[in-house]
Design a protein around this ligand. Structure first.
Ligand code: DX5
Ligand code: ZN
Length: 248
């Protein structure tokens, strides 16, 4: 399996000091920043949008290479994922991870945006290709109610440009930090790891010292942790503990 990538979720950071919180977590050993974008529609919560991402980008050096330190891993919990691709590229997003459920939902095609491609409704293969064309890595996320089987069409595409660089298996219902880890989602990770030995498989929700071993044993290598890192007395210690559990 690929090496550990530790991605603290800044949802649990002090939003009044966000720039400093971001540079601090990178200095403490984080690889990526996991940036949770919520629109109050796809999920019942709101976070922030492009102007805030642009500002925090100035506090964190751009990654030197794909997947490198400082990668902005933007988890797009939004109803119209295609509409925001160009804007997020422009503000410094490196990996644009959309929800499968949003991409296939035709009701997402309301309220056209002037800069967006005219066809806002899309399919996952086309959306992955579009994200790649804009120069970002692409991820696809699934909620707990979504079967992992829906991902095989896109992961097995004959065209490399249509294949995602990462899959995110949610281990809580998206929307809030600090929820209880759902071990029921780990069979999805196991199945993906069996089929795709080199795929980046991310888990998000309820990860911390008490749950990392299960997730690592299932085959996850990209580890999101919000409250477990930002709520810790020793965040650097938690980051290295998570890394060692994956790389052991
Ligand atoms: C939830 C977000 C997560 C959240 C995780 O919808 O996608 O990234 O910040 O928080 P913890 O690690 O506290 O469960
Ligand atoms: Zn997230």
């Amino acid at each position: 399996a690929p090496k550990a990538i530790i991605a603290p979720s800044i949802l649990s950071a002090d939003f009044a000091n966000l720039g400093a919180e971001c540079s601090k977590t990178i200095a403490q050993g984080a690889d990526w920043l996991h940036v949770d974008i919520m629109d109050g529609h796809f999920v019942p919560n709101l976070t922030f949008g492009p102007p805030v991402v642009a500002k925090i980008r100035t506090h964190v050096d751009r990654p030197a290479a794909s997947y490198g330190k400082g990668t902005f891993d933007c988890h797009m919990m939004i109803a119209e994922p295609k509409k925001w691709v160009k804007e997020f590229k422009a503000v410094g997003c490196d990996l644009y991870c959309f929800h499968y459920e949003a991409a296939i939902d035709s009701s997402a095609a309301e309220s056209p945006h002037p800069d967006a491609a005219t066809d806002l409704k899309t399919n996952p293969r086309e959306l992955v290709r579009y994200i790649h064309e804009q120069g970002m890595l692409a991820g696809i996320a699934i909620k707990p109610a979504t079967s992992v089987d829906v991902l095989y069409d896109v992961l097995d595409s004959p065209h490399k440009a249509e294949r995602p660089d990462m899959v995110l298996v949610m281990t809580v219902e998206p929307g809030f930090g600090g929820q209880k880890f759902m071990a029921s989602e780990l069979p999805k990770v196991q199945e993906l790891r069996k089929r795709y030995p080199e795929l980046n498989i991310e888990v998000d929700g309820g990860l911390g010292p008490g749950t990392i071993d299960q997730a690592a044993d299932a085959g996850a290598n990209v580890i999101v942790a919000g409250s477990a890192v930002f709520g810790a007395k020793d965040p650097a210690g938690v980051i290295s503990l998570l890394r060692e559990a994956v790389d052991k």
